[in-house]
Design a binder for this molecule. Structure first.
Ligand code: ZN
Length: 172
């Protein structure tokens, strides 16, 4: 999700494409991803410029609706975290400059309530650093970054894409 920034639509598309790419890569289904701003998706008081609508709520919240979610399963939690951080990281790669964290603050808040929250306080900061470094290395791989740009291009053209459409774009 990207919030409340006067911004180039391409930045928004790449941000949302980052979320969508990781979800499709790791086979975490979602309902849709969009770059149509939504006043009603009011996350922490901000208007969403674009967002990915998950199928299930994530583990920081009640996640009983998620059929494959074991609250103790770190792997799944980590996969979800990668999906959350991927928007900011994709945007960072695309902008090639200092990251503006403001637009991604709802993503960062969501992260704080996910995996990290279940870890001992002493390793939380290490976990966050590891997650960001891992996501950065995954998304900057040439073929992955190419696919993110491809999803972003389709998003700019069609505004909204389904999980199946994104899967098709990345050939998974
Ligand atoms: Zn985001």
């Amino acid at each position: 999700m990207l919030c409340n920034m006067e911004d180039d639509p391409r930045n928004i598309a790449v941000h949302e494409a980052g979320h969508a790419f990781v979800h499709a890569l790791l086979s975490i289904p979602f309902t849709y991803v969009t770059i149509i701003p939504d006043q009603n998706v009011n996350h922490y008081g901000d208007t969403a410029l674009g967002y990915l609508m998950p199928n299930w709520s994530f583990c920081g919240k009640e996640s009983s609706s998620n059929p494959w979610r074991d609250p103790n399963d770190f792997t799944i939690c980590f996969m979800e975290d990668l999906g959350i951080i991927a928007g900011m990281v994709a945007e960072m790669l695309y902008r090639k400059d200092e990251m503006n964290f403001t637009g991604s603050k709802s993503d960062l808040k969501q992260l704080n309530h996910n995996c990290r929250n279940k870890l001992p306080a002493s390793i939380r900061n290490k976990y966050s650093s590891f997650l960001i470094a891992y996501a950065f290395n995954l998304l900057k791989q040439k073929e992955n970054y190419y696919l993110i740009l491809k999803i972003a291009k389709e998003l700019l053209e069609h505004k909204t894409l389904s999980y199946d459409q994104v899967k098709k774009i990345i050939n998974r």
